[in-house]
Design a protein around this ligand. Structure first.
Ligand code: SAM
Length: 288
């Protein structure tokens, strides 16, 4: 693949920035930040600091604040820059814009106004945590931040109980113990879970344990820094043979017996052997 370093065309580029380690920025992100006519950021100080670290000069280019509280006011201003043929780069405070961060309304407004939107992808805590947590990654559900109020939080957790994938939550360190206690109660204290803390930073830490154990340990000493909570899918007794058979039928349309069995076993979080045996039987029937 050839690196594309050609000048920046007019339009909006959503730029991912590091979630901790300042070197976790892509070469393309640096190119975009160096070349865009106008820079906009959720936290202008954080972006200026990042530019300084990487030796990207502003040369008089504006760095405009665009965040939750001023979006409605700023969008027309940013659209006017695009109308004038300018290139605009937007970065949220950390990680990927729009992932529990602002940027969605801006990108939509730009698209609706008919200007190009592109992405310079990079770090995000959800993917970084998933790669480290030791929980299945074949399917996951990013639930962002749960409500702060206990009753609403429990209701939201209840809605996620049967999601057939790893659940990923962002949480503030102050609330993580309460959130884990509610999760243990609603999802079951034995569910395998993990807390990923201070990812890519000096005190990066990963704790893996059943929900109830994690809840207890963080109740005793709340964590410092940023955290992501991950919870394994429910190993539901509710998975019926019918569900497995139906999924195998679909998988066998396009996959070999072994791949279909691996895929379906991972999807439901169940043992491979019986699924493989069932898949073999089904394939035999199919072959007549
Ligand atoms: N846009 C960001 C992304 O792409 O990950 C997320 C921004 S959101 C406002 C901030 C939350 O992300 C934190 O409360 C924490 O749950 C998670 N987070 C961000 N950086 C993190 C890190 N270095 N370690 C652990 N969690 C992090």
């Amino acid at each position: 693949m050839k690196p594309d370093k050609g000048g920046l065309s007019p339009g909006l580029t959503l730029v991912a920035t590091p979630i901790g380690n300042a070197r976790d920025i892509t070469l393309r992100a640096l190119d975009v930040l160096a070349e865009a006519d106008v820079l906009a950021a959720e936290d202008t100080r954080a972006l200026r600091r990042l530019l300084e670290i990487h030796g990207v000069a502003l040369n008089g280019r504006p760095v405009l604040a665009y965040h939750e509280h001023n979006g409605a006011k700023m969008r027309p201003r940013l659209l006017a820059e695009l109308a004038a043929g300018k290139s605009l780069a937007y970065a949220s405070e950390a990680g990927t814009p729009m992932i529990s961060d602002p940027g969605f309304d801006l990108a939509r407004a730009v698209q609706e106004a008919g200007y190009p939107v592109t992405s310079a992808p990079g770090a995000s805590a959800v993917v970084t945590a998933l790669t480290l947590a030791g929980l299945p990654t074949d399917r996951f559900f990013f639930a962002g931040f749960l409500p702060n109020q206990a009753a609403q939080r429990r209701r939201a957790l209840g809605e996620l109980a049967d999601v057939p994938g790893t659940l990923v939550f962002y949480e503030s360190p102050r609330r993580v113990a309460a959130m884990l206690a509610d999760a243990a109660e609603v999802l079951g204290g034995t569910r395998p879970a993990a807390v990923a803390r201070e990812l890519t930073k000096r005190f990066e830490e990963l704790r893996r344990a059943p929900l109830a154990e994690l809840a207890e340990s963080y109740a005793e000493s709340p964590p410092k820094g940023e955290v992501v909570v991950l919870v394994d899918r429910g190993r539901s007794e509710k998975i019926s043979e019918m569900d497995v058979t139906r999924s195998l039928e679909t998988a066998l349309e396009t996959m070999s017996v072994r791949d279909a069995a691996d895929y379906v076993a991972a999807m439901y979080g169940i043992r491979k052997r019986p699924v493989y045996q069932e898949a073999m039987k089904m394939q035999k029937d199919r072959d007549g």
